[in-house]
Design a protein around this ligand. Structure first.
Ligand SMILES: COc1cc(/C=C/C(=O)SCCNC(=O)CCNC(=O)[C@H](O)C(C)(C)COP(=O)(O)OP(=O)(O)OC[C@H]2O[C@@H](n3cnc4c(N)ncnc43)[C@H](O)[C@@H]2OP(=O)(O)O)ccc1O
Ligand SMILES: O=C(O)CCC(=O)C(=O)O
Ligand SMILES: [Fe+2]
Length: 358
């Protein structure tokens, strides 16, 4: 039997208030045992999964990083970034315990009462670097997405210790610290393949000058087929380092309008190319559209680390890539302008990158 409803809604503005302003998020709706999806969450037919072509026999590459020095590993990484924009890594060196701890900390944060989580809404958060929210860009969206999140922009250990929620800060910091070695290795390999032989201070800033970790929570949804967890988008990062749990539901755009599932692989990390790297590589590495479905039976979490340029960096194709006479297909853009452009509209596939196209 569904639990008794502690809150009842008279109209749709009550739901918006409950979810967005009171800090209950969609988890609050789900926990109430809501029997049907509120109309704000009903996505247009073309954004739903039904009727789309799913390539169940295809899968993105899984790359074993244990033999790191083997040139075949480097080759596989570069090929995956060029062809797929998405791959999974196993035996990457981040201890399983660190991954398990950050997943548990994510559950702990979302289990907090709404009054606690509400303290991190944009209007109340003690820091602009800590933000609890729901959907993606609710003011800009015609239909909302069935997801809550906590977004943590990394400035320093001290700032994080002072400002990030106590239930998850140590676990997220450890996860970010342990992932850094892997991220550097990946970027090293990807850069060598572009004839960028040295990652100096300027390049280091452009490739990995800022980091943001999101804790994503997708609660059980009463009508998952009518909505989305996350709509079609490409990330605006250089690379995204994504930990998912064992539920599944992430899909990547394949050829000819098809979609390919990214199956949970125990201990693995999903890596994807973001728009910033597509721009800096002049299109050699591709940021691929992806989306997450809603689930009717299980709560799902994921923990992406977005590795980005600094907000004050100007990004454009690297000179090394254009040295052989290749024509630039992207112009220079200020990275913070690019990110603001992304956040000020609803998810819209690959459209953000049009801002940088020549
Ligand atoms: C949330 O669901 C998501 C998220 C994603 C994210 C994918 C990524 O690739 S994130 C990588 C983002 N890059 C960075 O964080 C780079 C460094 N940061 C910056 O450049 C700046 O912090 C900034 C993001 C540009 C914010 O600049 P600031 O000048 O401080 O301006 P604000 O007023 O704070 O924000 C501008 C505008 O963006 C909205 N916004 C900012 N941060 C977030 C956030 N973490 N989550 C959601 N929205 C955010 C903010 O509300 C402002 O909009 P207004 O309409 O209020 O003006 C992928 C998929 C998902 O589903
Ligand atoms: O939850 C996932 O698996 C992916 C989430 C995502 O695409 C994002 O946060 O950018
Ligand atoms: Fe994403």
């Amino acid at each position: 039997m569904a639990p008794t409803l502690a809150v009842s809604f008279n109209d749709s503005s009550d739901i918006t208030d409950f979810v967005l302003n009171k800090g209950n998020g969609v988890k609050g709706l789900s926990d109430m045992g809501l029997e049907s999806l509120p109309k704000q969450y009903i996505q247009p037919l073309e954004e739903r999964m039904c009727g789309t072509k799913i390539m169940s026999h295809e899968s993105i590459p899984i790359i074993d990083m244990s033999k790191w020095d083997d040139p075949k590993v480097a080759e596989a990484i570069c090929e995956a970034a060029e062809k797929w924009g998405f791959f999974q890594i196993i035996n990457h060196g981040v201890p399983i315990e660190v991954l398990e701890n950050v997943k548990e900390a994510t559950h702990q944060f979302f289990r907090l009462p709404a009054e606690e989580k509400r303290k991190y809404l944009k209007e109340f958060s003690p820091s602009n670097n800590v933000r609890f929210g729901t959907s993606f860009s609710p003011e800009a969206e015609k239909a909302l997405e069935w997801k809550d999140y906590l977004s943590l922009f990394y400035v320093s250990e001290d700032e994080a210790s002072a400002m990030w929620p106590a239930v998850c800060k140590d676990q997220v910091l450890e996860y970010m610290k342990r992932s850094e070695i892997v991220i550097r290795k990946l970027l090293d390999v990807l850069m060598k393949n572009l004839n960028v032989t040295e990652i100096d201070e300027t390049k280091e800033s452009l490739l990995m000058g800022s980091k943001r970790t999101n804790l994503n929570y997708y609660p059980i949804c009463p009508n998952p087929e009518l909505t989305v967890g996350v709509g079609r988008h490409s990330d605006v990062s250089t690379l995204t380092f994504l930990l998912q749990d064992d539920i599944g539901g992430l899909y990547v755009r394949g050829n000819n309008d098809s979609w390919i599932h990214v199956p949970p692989v125990s201990g693995s990390i999903v890596i994807n190319v973001g728009d910033a790297l597509q721009i800096m590589s002049n299109g050699r590495y591709k940021s691929i559209e992806h989306r997450v479905i809603a689930n009717g039976n299980s709560n799902r979490i994921s923990v992406p680390i977005f590795i980005n340029p600094r907000p004050s960096d100007k990004i454009s194709p690297f000179p090394e890539v254009l040295a052989s006479g290749e024509k630039a297909v992207y112009k220079e853009v200020l990275y913070s302008d690019y990110v603001k452009h992304f956040f000020r509209k609803a998810h819209d596939g690959k459209k953000t990158i049009d801002l940088a196209k020549i």
